[in-house]
Write a protein that binds this ligand. Structure first.
Ligand code: ATP
Ligand code: MG
Length: 263
């Protein structure tokens, strides 16, 4: 059954331009989706419609069988967590601790459980020493870590990361990716908006947006073999795959593909 079903969704911020044009999309429960596309292609706008922050002018979004509308938005938001592209936009608390707690408060997580989760997820992103600090004084990457901890702590069924790892150092990023992999294995649905094609390789499916439209949506392996789709949407294949596609020997080529795409 679909976790998220997007049917003919269009959205414009103003009359001049349509930011999303007639989007159709089915995301299965437990899938890991990567969303790629150049700047301004509509990735963040789509993510905001999925969490009910922007209301599409046409079409319908159905989350786990429930139509997203004014009445259901509050409840459905508990099921979908998002880390925004700009972490400054999601800080509301006086301390890092307050900010990690914020999403859980909306979910009415019991106090004891909340304290445990704050500790656990602060450690997960290595921010346990900053819990009493002011979020505004943190670096960009540290803010991203706090935002990520807050979302993980909510343990929502669907987790959307909007370029949420862009400022993380490689060590923190790898750690986080490993954790997201384990969540996905547990059945959490993951949506990762990224400009990092290597990160997209982790996904079951890749969605490429282009000027507000679905340019391609397919299994990762199928899509990566479609060089044209990548080139036309100004995306670069990961270097290893560029090399693999140049190989003449089909057997070695297939082996290399298998190796690169191994999760
Ligand atoms: N608040 C806004 N008001 C008006 N137009 C907006 C607003 N936010 C985005 N847009 C426009 O909507 C389109 C899609 O923007 P969006 O932020 O969804 O792109 P994106 O794919 O997330 O890009 P990026 O890779 O830069 O994050 C762009 O043309 C952008 O200029
Ligand atoms: Mg964006």
């Amino acid at each position: 059954m679909s976790m998220i079903s997007v049917k003919d969704v269009s959205f414009s911020y103003n009359e001049k331009k349509q930011s999303l044009k007639n989007i159709y999309l089915e995301i299965e429960k437990g899938d890991w989706i990567a969303i790629l596309g150049h700047n301004g292609s509509g990735k963040s706008t789509l993510a905001k419609t999925l969490v009910g922050l922007l209301e599409p002018q046409t079409g319908e979004i159905v989350i786990d069988g429930i139509v997203l509308n004014e009445d259901s938005a509050f409840e459905l938001r508990k099921r979908i967590g998002i880390v925004f592209q700009n972490p400054d936009n999601q800080f509301v608390g006086v301390t890092v601790r307050d900010d990690i707690a914020f999403g859980m408060e909306n979910l009415c997580v019991p106090r004891e459980e909340m304290i445990d989760r704050i500790d656990f997820y602060a450690k997960k992103v290595d921010m346990q020493d900053y819990l009493d600090k002011q979020p505004s004084n943190l670096s960009g990457g540290q803010k991203q870590r706090v935002a990520i901890a807050g979302i993980l702590a909510m343990r929502s069924d669907v987790l959307i990361f909007d370029e949420a790892t862009s400022m993380l150092d490689p060590f923190t990023k790898n750690d986080l990716i490993e954790y997201i992999k384990s969540l996905n294995k547990e059945g959490f649905t993951i949506i990762m908006i990224t400009h990092d094609v290597n990160e997209a390789l982790l996904a079951d499916k890749i969605l490429i947006l282009n000027q507000g439209e679905v340019y391609a949506y397919d299994d990762t392996v199928n899509l990566l073999k479609n060089k044209e789709a990548f080139e036309k949407s100004h995306l670069e294949l990961p270097l290893a795959l560029q090399v693999a596609s140049e190989l003449k020997d089909d057997m070695i080529k297939d082996k290399l593909w298998e190796y690169i795409l191994m999760k």
